[in-house]
Design a protein around this ligand. Structure first.
Ligand code: DOR
Length: 441
């Protein structure tokens, strides 16, 4: 008897943990039901994917969606709309909102706000602080919690644990992998005078290589002493990549599309739009980060989507806030790098689906396998497009890549079997749900 599914993706090239090949995918009840030749099967909906590649859904484990708080820049609805238009199926959102996400109540509030209002699936990082370290065992296992995030250097918002005892107290409590913004606050304070008013080119002079490297070295030392797993976010220096090579047993590594695509020369073109923490630096750092991708030192990609309005960005440096949008451009930019031969499509898939699933213990997502959630990012590797501000769905309404031509484009986003985006249009109502994790089932 021919089988019947809710949905069949037909004729596409499936890219998966077991390679790449022409395979159909049958979906039932939001889950992947069967992979193979389904030419004799029928379905409620059949999508012709000939000429397209079907990837496991892209997971972006670092975004700032600003809600509750400064929702004039973004909220959970607009941020997740940008995500799905860019082919992203799940996001982990950061705790530097207002109020800060540092308690069971503030976390539950975000989960409630996100459910069926966000277009993609979601989890929320809980901020680790001096005050809440003792609550971490409960906090990191709450429904919708991605884990604990710590800012060791101050950035947007007031979250900060700058001292070794403070970080140690947090890592003494964590069982899950905690994520770190690694810039040395003491050095940042000492060097504030190096900021040149009106000149964002001084941003990476102030927040220099030593600021990042020294902090990452301190962090790894503390993690070893506490026998804790850590995740070092947005690596911005060649030196940290070399250092982290020797610490892969305790530390996982995130790299961002902006550190892989842009370099400090862009300050002359886009000014404070390039201003980000940790900073975008000279070209040899970009090369060092690519080397980390090639060598497998970098585990995953995250966008660090951090929108600010154009008015805010137009303030004279250093009043201009740090951060740029990125969730919608992650997939097209990285596919363009695939096209240019800088990484393989398989490596991109590992860094955006299997990688996050492995590091954070995501249940039922991160690979195209029977029984897993039917989350797919469908891409056209040949499509040439120009990224434009007008395409950006983030409330901030701009991208540092305006005018950039790329080869490779996300054309479809499926989440738990529902077609959410197709050919640039949002085609389903928001049905986002909390991501589930093995350590908190
Ligand atoms: O540049 C940044 N902006 N880096 C961060 O760590 C925070 C982010 C934001 O929230 O604006």
């Amino acid at each position: 008897m021919a089988r019947t599914f809710d949905l069949i993706l037909k004729g596409g090239t499936l890219v998966n943990h077991d390679g790449e090949g022409l395979r159909d995918v049958g979906v039932t009840g939001g889950r992947i039901d069967e992979i193979g030749d389904l030419s004799r099967a029928s379905a409620g909906e059949v999508i012709d994917c000939r000429g397209l590649h079907i990837l496991p859904g892209v997971i972006d484990s670092q975004v700032h969606f600003r809600e509750p708080g400064p929702v004039h820049k973004e909220d959970l609805e607009t941020g997740s709309r940008a995500a799905v238009l860019g082919g992203v199926t799940a996001v982990f959102e950061m705790p530097n909102t207002n109020p800060l996400t540092v308690s069971a109540e503030t976390l539950a509030d975000k989960v409630k706000r996100g459910r069926h209002r966000m277009h993609c699936d979601f989890a929320f990082w809980a901020g680790g602080t001096h005050e809440n370290a003792k609550d971490i065992p409960e906090l990191e296992r709450l429904p919708g919690a991605a884990g604990i995030k710590v800012f060791m250097g101050s950035s947007t918002g007031s979250l900060l644990v700058e001292d070794d005892p403070g970080v140690a107290a947090i890592l003494a409590q964590t069982r899950r992998r905690a994520a770190f913004h690694s810039e040395d606050e003491y050095r940042l304070e000492e060097r504030k005078h190096l900021r040149v008013k009106g000149d964002p080119r001084s941003h990476h002079v102030w927040r220099d290589v030593t600021t990042a490297l020294q902090c990452t070295q301190r962090l790894v030392r503390i993690a070893r002493a506490q026998r804790a797993k850590i995740h070092v976010l947005h690596i911005s220096t060649a030196e940290e990549m070399v250092f982290l090579k020797d610490h892969k047993d305790v530390a996982s590594v995130e790299v961002t599309p902006h550190h892989l695509t842009l370099d400090a020369s862009a300050y002359d073109v886009i000014g404070a739009k390039l201003q980000m923490n940790p900073p975008v630096r000279e070209l040899h750092h970009q090369a060092g980060i690519w080397r980390g991708v090639e060598q497998g030192i970098a585990d995953i990609l995250g966008s660090d989507h951090a929108p600010h309005t154009l008015e805010e960005k137009a303030k004279p440096y250093p009043e201009s806030p740090s951060g740029m949008p990125g969730v919608q451009t992650l997939t097209p930019l990285m596919l363009d790098h695939v096209h240019a031969g800088r990484l393989t499509l398989a490596r991109f898939v590992d860094m955006t689906s299997a990688g996050p699933a492995r590091l954070f213990g995501i249940a039922n997502k991160g690979r195209i396998a029977a029984g897993y959630d039917a989350d797919f990012t469908i891409v056209d590797l040949k499509r040439v497009e120009t990224i434009r501000d007008s395409w950006i769905a983030s409330r901030c309404g701009w991208t540092p890549y305006d005018g950039k031509r790329v080869t490779g484009w996300p054309v479809g986003t499926f989440i738990r079997g529902a077609r959410v985006m197709w050919d640039g249009e949002l085609v389903s109502p928001a049905r986002g749900e909390a991501v589930r994790f093995h350590d908190a089932l």
